[in-house]
Design a protein. Structure first.
Length: 306
């Protein structure tokens, strides 16, 4: 493009072509008629062709002028649209990647995520789930910004920092009408039923094993190993199986009555739930906002079903 070409040339030409009058175009552009006439002459010199036929009283476009009008008009519309889009562009879209464990997946984190969206509407929240050791590995590698769930074992905390939000029990759940709901001697009769236990890599596994050891069932075989809500819920509802699981995973089911939590009369399986971050990495604004959203949920006493 010729470097002499300016927007004032295009504006003056398009107005003159539209109004078929140099004086009318000058009025519309708030310039003098001599200035408008000079601008059109400059444009014709730049292009090297006449754009208007000046033989009559009205200015009529030449064939070259018609072609230039067609493309110059489109270019001006595109520039106006670009200007409007730039002025009204949304704020920079950011991303926060959070790994969550089952204990917060069904209730705590969805509520925190909705609060976070209100605070950071231009941040896309990506939520990942998986075994605790996988999530912690991804956190150390930088694939996750933070994790939310039960506090890992001390041996897994190298390079990480933990901030507690609340304490939560592991509960023993059964279907409504299960034989264990009709006796006060749960521990004495527990070995008579299929056990659904957390797999070895689950954060709650040591706490469950400690409890089983305390009642003499440390060698009891597991019928199933899972912390999956979908699987554990269905197995328990369809059988006499008993399931050791974090209270937060099944809080809705307990509240709605589709599962029953048995009173074990012990606090052996209570443990801290909170946020894991990399100890050597300053938090981003997005991470800070997510931590704040989680903290607000527990600034008052936690709901009874958590």
């Amino acid at each position: 493009m010729d470097p002499r070409l300016r927007l004032r040339h295009l504006r003056c030409f398009l107005e003159t072509a539209r109004l078929e009058s140099l004086s009318a175009a000058a009025t519309a552009l708030h310039v003098s008629q001599p200035a408008a006439s000079k601008t059109i002459r400059e444009l014709e010199d730049i292009l090297g062709v006449p754009l208007f036929d000046r033989t009559g009283r009205r200015l009529v476009l030449t064939p070259s002028g018609k072609l230039f009008q067609q493309h110059a008009g489109g270019a001006m519309l595109a520039l106006e649209r670009a200007q409007s889009l730039a002025r009204n562009a949304p704020e920079r879209v950011t991303r926060l990647v959070v790994g969550i464990l089952p204990t917060v997946a069904t209730d705590v984190f969805p509520r925190a995520a909705l609060a976070f969206y209100q605070d950071m509407p231009n941040c896309t929240l990506r939520v990942s789930t998986g075994p605790n050791w996988v999530l912690l590995s991804q956190l150390r590698e930088g694939a996750l910004d933070l994790t939310v769930g039960r506090m890992p074992n001390p041996g897994q905390m190298t390079g990480l920092a933990f901030q507690q939000l609340y304490s939560e029990q592991v509960v023993l759940v059964v279907r409504p009408g299960h034989p264990l709901t009709k006796t006060g001697a749960v521990a004495e009769n527990l070995g008579k039923f299929p056990l659904v236990l957390p797999p070895g890599g689950a954060v709650i596994a040591p706490a469950v094993q400690s409890y089983l050891l305390s009642i003499g069932l440390q060698h009891a075989p597991a019928a199933f190993e899972s912390v999956s809500l979908a699987f554990g819920r269905k197995v328990v509802q369809m059988s006499d199986a008993v399931w050791f699981i974090s209270a937060g995973v099944v809080s809705d089911e307990i509240r709605q009555g589709s599962l029953r939590a048995l009173d074990l009369g012990t606090s052996l399986m209570a443990g801290p739930v909170g946020i894991c971050t990399r100890a050597d990495t300053p938090p981003s604004p997005e991470s800070t906002a997510m931590v704040a959203a989680l903290q607000r949920l527990f600034s008052a006493p936690a709901p009874k079903d958590i």
